[in-house]
Design a binder for this molecule. Sequence first.
Ligand code: MG
Length: 216
Amino acid sequence: MQRLVIFDLDNTLVDRQGPLADWVSAFSKQHALNDDARLHLLQFVRERACPETFEAIRDQYGLATSAATLWSDYLAHMARSATCPTYVLKGLSTLRRDGWKIVIATNGGTEIQTAKATASGIVDHVDAVYTSEAAGARKPEVLIFEKAAAGCGADLSLGGWVVGDGADTDIRGGRAAGLRTIWISGSRPWPGRDIAPDHITADVRQAIELLLTTES
Ligand SMILES: [Mg+2]
């Protein structure tokens, strides 16, 4: 099997939940939103956010600020808050030194996902970053894994690994693409669907260590 690993970004290599909660809190305070409105705001951005999301938020709360400004403020906050521990960055470098090709496949817009990968320093430690917007397909669709592999000069048919926290997006998708999988549990129990990952680790550091000790 070729040494190819496709990593998820959000809540795998960078934390999204913490920065998102901080943004909801700051935005709610700034616009004097009550508890109900605050919960509703979280629903808008829980899964993903894009420029259109802020048109809806602006309408919902009757804000004077333009949707474009709201989006760019959100983008700046999320990029500024995206961090990846040094030991994880070092782990990625070690994988590459050992001959692994590393590509990120992430569901989301190119502008925000690239901003996070850049601000966190991850972009300097991987071969490519592939977003669903660029691929024209979202995980778990096989097409995004195919394009991600091709984007770093690998051939998906020769196998590889997917590492991510998404049971459906990363594990089901990775298996459908013919890849081996490591689920980042964050100490959650595996949801017990009809499939299972090849390995479960609590965090990405352990997943990298596991890859470094596999044959390929
Ligand atoms: Mg994720």
